[in-house]
Design a protein around this ligand. Structure first.
Ligand code: 13P
Length: 303
């Protein structure tokens, strides 16, 4: 079957079932192309919260689908492949966060959305890469802040706001595959290009960039600047949407290694099976969801 026919079947079945298809900016191009909405973690959480549909097919990784279920508990949320996890989220088991909270009992907990529902439930605020600066800046300057689980994003927020944060040493293996050496080579090969990177990159990589921002922030950066060439330092799926939106601009990856194997597990075939069999449904225990929702809603109210 051709990809075009398969894509049409997915779209037709989604329409018949009244399903809303949400996809992250890192999804395979063909998955993005059949989605009703493609965005960064923040935009996807907002869309899920506002969705009128009873059924959401979420193409991203597990913590994103789980977030959609938490902010819209009445909807059935499906993920095409249950194995699409997030190693960064897995780096902070909830028991470790509870220990950290005991160590700093006065501190507020700000948790990056790349975390489990259990960890969110133990947090005061959630944030995404798109609003981490805003969330932390809104908090009482006298209070200590535990920022988990991404140390690179935490360092970036700390540097930008000039504020000490208690960090957890989690990281995104895909973003950490981009090295300063790769960046220097990319700059040498494309000397006229502007360089924009995701805040999950290491400090050495961020220091070599012209702009540091979330995935949808990268889209906005290309929209508001008029360079002919750009070097894009994030997961390489990002280039699909950028190239569609800015066909006149020349875009370069930093390295072909920056591919998230979890994001790429979702395919058109699995989306079709997911809609046919109503699987795999995301379930979050009620009490965990209730507490996690508070942290997410505090974030959503701020933006
Ligand atoms: P964004 O919120 O920038 O889309 O980032 C999502 C993510 O998981 C990056 O690894």
């Amino acid at each position: 079957m051709s990809e075009a026919l398969l894509a049409r079947r997915v779209k037709d079945l989604a329409r018949q079932r009244g399903a809303l298809i949400l996809a992250h900016n890192y999804q395979l191009g063909e998955v993005q192309d059949v989605a009703d909405f493609v965005g960064d973690s923040l935009e996807l959480a907002q869309k899920a919260a506002q969705a009128a549909a009873d059924l959401i097919l979420f193409c991203g990784v597990h913590f994103m689908a789980e977030t959609a279920k938490i902010v819209n508990p009445d909807a059935v949320v499906l993920e095409p492949d249950v194995r699409a996890g997030c190693p960064l989220a897995d780096m902070l088991p909830v028991e470790d966060l509870c220990r950290l909270k005991k160590q700093y009992p006065e501190a507020l907990v700000v948790t990056y959305i790349n975390s489990s529902a259990e960890v969110k439930a133990q947090s005061d605020y959630c944030c995404t890469s798109g609003n981490a600066l805003k969330v932390v800046a809104s908090l009482d300057p006298q209070r200590q802040i535990i920022f988990v689980p991404d140390a690179s994003l935490g360092e970036y927020v700390s540097e930008r706001l000039g504020r000490d944060l208690i960090l957890w040493q989690g990281y995104c293996p895909t973003h950490h595959r981009i090295t300063p050496e790769d960046m220097r080579e990319a700059r040498r090969l494309h000397p006229k290009a502007a360089v924009v990177v995701h805040p999950e990159c290491t400090s050495g990589v961020r220091a070599l960039a012209d702009e540091v921002t979330s995935t949808s922030g990268i889209i906005r950066y290309l929209a508001k600047t008029d360079y002919e060439e750009y070097i894009i330092g994030t997961e390489n799926g990002m280039l699909h949407r950028l190239q569609q939106q800015f066909p006149e601009k020349k875009l370069h990856y930093v390295t072909t290694l920056a591919v998230c194997p979890n994001m790429k597990l979702n395919t058109l075939e699995k989306m079709l099976w997911s809609l046919e069999d109503t699987k795999y449904e995301v379930i979050v225990p009620e009490e965990t969801a209730r507490k996690a929702r508070l942290a997410l809603e505090r974030m959503l109210q701020l933006v």
